[in-house]
Design a protein around this ligand. Structure first.
Ligand SMILES: Cc1cc2nc3c(=O)[nH]c(=O)nc-3n(C[C@H](O)[C@H](O)[C@H](O)COP(=O)(O)OP(=O)(O)OC[C@H]3O[C@@H](n4cnc5c(N)ncnc54)[C@H](O)[C@@H]3O)c2cc1C
Length: 508
């Protein structure tokens, strides 16, 4: 590298660590690769090459120590088997990103498809000691020095996404931001490729991981059986205020409390502000964040609804909400908790960041994994035409030709191409936010999903892979912070996360 390029390289490396906007992060990383002549498609070799070039930079040395520890867990003898796997991950939330990170460390080729091209979620996620330990072990504090300072057990959604995106980029993950995943398809050579909107260059897939949140396209497209857990009406509100970090604000106490455990506090807020709550969570991070569940009548008393509709989606629809009244409920709750009036609402999509949700029904998938048949585009077209011509709208000859062609597909091409599809995070199990399980279980399920790469590499029979993943899911569903008594011992192998004896029982 000549002097000029070296200067640009060193500057970009430092800017990369502190960059905040997604565009900025991606641009700076592209500059780093182009200045240092590193092939963006070279996967984990990107990490090895960058580490060689940055040995004099402190944060890079620290990062190297962390990642080298992780690399020790990787079975070197299986390297060719890892390298031959093409993992497509849908969604760049914590679940998708941790899946990507772990698969990349093993040396698989990893593509992440994310429909948004920005990171904007202000909400703060509760993290268990296990999650703090995991994120620290992959270098979270390097990219976000405030992480886990003073026993802080939460992190903003965009902060966790930002730091994981940076780590993934260094580990050679390819990102497709602003792309919506639609489906997989097989080409003429039976290779399974990825279809997105807008299209991306041909991206093969040997394992599809759906980390695409509650409304998961992957779960829907591949018919994962999902059920809904219904409870009585439960309306949630989240809101965020600017944190000016004044001494008054810094002195505020964080809490997560349910009405049954602190009746006097809930009575006080009701008496003072006519706000009747069931749960209230306040965290102080980059923002002052609140999530609470509130009684419908309380919202009605405060004139939040324009009309009292019996249909809940209609009742909570934005068109039925008096925004100023909703903001005043949020402001009064914040005032009760000590937030000064000088703290403005944060904005989300150019509006005050106050959102209403219906938590009465939560979706969970019954299956964590499936072996899915992927049709060739040509086959699919024929099947589509076949089903559209049931009433005999086409001539007999044409029909016969199609039948012959379909038969020849199965004869010449053998069976449909098959691929393993698994879900992680909210796509698998929708959390109840005030309980703070979402991010933690997303990370656990991501580790469970990445373990599939290890099993494919060690040539485990497919049936067994499916069983183990399903067994992990059953354990993961019930995992709580206390489940992990020795967070430092947790690694990719599920037996380090879940009790071996019970895991074997769930598997069998
Ligand atoms: C708007 C919002 C607010 C939330 N607020 C809170 C909160 O206040 N407290 C709390 O505890 N939890 C909250 N959660 C849940 C919490 O963020 C998740 O539990 C946690 O982030 C783990 O989720 P995940 O990685 O499985 O999915 P998510 O974080 O939801 O990420 C899924 C990603 O997939 C992308 N995606 C979806 N469909 C496609 C597609 N077809 N193609 C490509 N990309 C796609 C989405 O853009 C998104 O980035 C919130 C979730 C959302 C969506």
């Amino acid at each position: 590298m000549d002097q000029e390029s070296l200067k640009r390289f060193t500057q970009s490396i430092d800017n990369f660590r502190t960059a905040e906007d997604l565009d900025q992060i991606v641009d700076i990383f592209q500059t780093i690769l182009s200045v240092s002549n590193i092939d963006p498609d070279s996967g984990i070799n990107i990490y090895h090459q960058l580490i060689n070039l940055t040995s004099g930079i402190n944060w890079c040395k620290e990062f190297q120590t962390k990642i080298n520890e992780k690399l020790k867990e990787v079975d070197e003898t299986l390297k060719p088997e890892y390298n031959s796997q093409n993992i497509v991950i849908v969604g760049a939330g914590p679940g998708g990103l941790v899946s990507a990170l772990e698969c990349a460390v093993m040396g698989a080729k990893v593509h992440v498809i994310e429909k948004r091209n920005y990171l904007s979620r202000n909400n703060i996620l509760h993290i268990w000691p296990f999650t703090v330990h995991y994120l620290t072990s992959v270098g979270a504090k390097i990219f976000y020095p405030k992480f886990a300072v003073g026993g802080m057990d939460h992190i903003g959604t965009k902060q966790i996404q930002r730091l994981l995106v940076k780590i993934c980029l260094i580990l050679g993950v390819r990102f497709h931001f602003g792309c919506t995943f639609t489906e997989l398809y097989a080409d003429g050579n039976k290779e399974i490729l990825t279809r997105c909107d807008p299209p991306i260059s041909p991206t093969p897939c040997t394992l599809l991981i759906g980390g695409d949140g509650v409304s998961s396209t992957v779960a829907k497209r591949y018919d994962f059986h999902r059920s809904s857990l219904s409870s009585s009406l439960c309306i949630g509100i989240t809101f965020n205020f600017q944190n000016n970090h004044t001494p008054e604000e810094l002195a505020l106490r964080e809490f997560a409390v349910a009405q049954i455990y602190n009746q006097s506090m809930f009575k006080e807020i009701q008496d003072l502000y006519n706000i009747c709550l069931e749960n209230l969570v306040y965290y102080q991070g980059e923002t002052h964040y609140f999530v609470m569940t509130i009684k419908k009548n309380s919202l009605s008393d405060r004139s939040v609804f324009k009309e009292m509709k019996t249909n809940i989606p209609e009742l909570l629809d934005l068109s039925n909400i008096n925004e100023d009244k909703l903001l005043s409920v949020a402001r009064d709750t914040a005032k009760f908790c000590g937030i000064p009036d000088s703290c403005e609402f944060m904005t989300f999509q150019d509006k005050p960041d106050v959102q209403l949700f219906d938590f009465s029904e939560r979706i969970q998938s019954d299956e964590a994994i499936k072996l899915v048949e992927i049709t060739r585009d040509e086959q699919k077209q024929l099947i589509k035409e076949e089903s559209g011509t049931e009433q005999g709208a086409i001539g007999v000859n044409h029909q016969q030709q199609k039948e012959q062609k379909m038969a020849s597909f199965s004869k010449e091409e053998g069976e449909f191409s098959k691929v393993i599809v698994t879900l992680v995070g909210d796509a698998l199990l929708e959390p109840f936010w005030p309980l703070g399980t979402g991010c933690n279980r997303a990370i656990l399920s991501a580790l469970d999903a990445a373990w599939i790469v290890q099993e494919i590499a060690s040539k485990k029979p497919i049936d067994e892979i499916l069983k183990i993943r399903q067994g992990c899911y059953i354990k993961m569903k019930n995992a709580l912070a206390e489940t992990f008594t020795s967070p430092e011992k947790v690694c990719l192998n599920p037996h380090t996360r879940y009790t071996t004896r019970r895991l074997e029982k769930d598997i069998n």
